[in-house]
Design a protein around this ligand. Structure first.
Ligand SMILES: Nc1ncnc2c1ncn2[C@@H]1O[C@H](COP(=O)(O)OP(=O)(O)OP(=O)(O)O)[C@@H](O)[C@H]1O
Length: 236
């Protein structure tokens, strides 16, 4: 059984179907890409999976449990964590304290300080650990945002455009981190516009266009799919 199984999800905003019968699965130990042109419905699907938006139809099953009616906090207790496109850091708190606050929400809150230190090391944030978050360049702030999600040791990690603002070297390091997280058994779902990164790190990719899944498969298959090429050319 997949760690995350989304089926038949429809979300309507007035007369507009932002999602239309969407299915998505994500497995432990794999990086699953979720791509598509602007407005395809990626963030809306993340909102449905994380419990911020109730779908009009469809189900979200996490670790075998139907969580469709659960709110975000209850889903977090089932092992779900996410990052947002818009950064959600506490600007005046240091990087370490941002991580600490997040770690104190997790099951291992007694070891929060140790967890924060481990994440500082893992993400290479040592030099900025004592700086306030609002003094950070965007790329580094995004890494801290990922660190906050990691602080609760999630089974399912949803990342919404985590590489936006990273330079080439930071992106390479980030790719290594994503593969390491998967190797540790995390199910990672990645929404990302950096296609080179997506094609490099993902095991499987779901492609959304205008609220529908138009292709699913490994990178080599998806990148040659005619419907996918047409959707992206239409966006250009
Ligand atoms: N709160 C809302 N009210 C009305 N329409 C919305 C709302 N949120 C999203 N939409 C619409 O739903 C569609 C899907 O939006 P969504 O943000 O999920 O796309 P996306 O794939 O994440 O796009 P991007 O890559 O630009 O972030 C778009 O047409 C968008 O305008």
């Amino acid at each position: 059984m997949a760690l995350l199984e989304v089926s038949g999800v429809t979300v309507r905003f007035g007369g507009h179907r932002a999602l239309d019968g969407v299915a998505l699965t994500a497995d432990a130990g794999r990086v699953t890409g979720l791509i598509g042109p602007n407005g395809a419905g990626k963030s809306t699907l993340f909102d449905v999976v994380s419990g911020l938006r109730r779908p009009n139809t469809g189900r979200v099953v996490l670790r075998g449990r139907d969580v469709t009616r659960f709110g975000p906090a209850r889903r977090a207790r089932y092992g779900l964590a996410r990052t947002f496109q818009r950064l959600e850091l506490f600007g005046r708190l240091s990087v370490r304290d941002n991580l600490l606050v997040a770690a104190e929400l997790g099951a291992e809150r007694r070891h929060a300080a140790r967890t924060a230190t481990e994440i500082v090391d893992r993400l290479g944030l040592g030099e900025v650990a004592d700086q306030p978050a609002d003094a950070l360049p965007t790329g580094v702030a995004r890494l801290v945002e990922v660190g906050r999600a990691l602080a609760v040791s999630p089974a399912l990690l949803l990342l919404d455009e985590p590489a936006a603002g990273l330079d080439a070297e930071e992106t390479d390091r980030f790719a290594v981190l994503l593969r390491a997280l998967a190797a540790d058994g995390t199910a990672v779902v990645l929404v990302e516009h950096d296609m080179a990164l997506v094609m490099h790190v993902c095991d499987d990719i779901h492609v959304l266009d205008l609220g529908k899944v138009i292709a699913v498969g490994p990178p080599d298959v998806v990148r040659r799919d005619e419907a996918v090429l047409a959707a992206y050319l239409g966006d250009a």
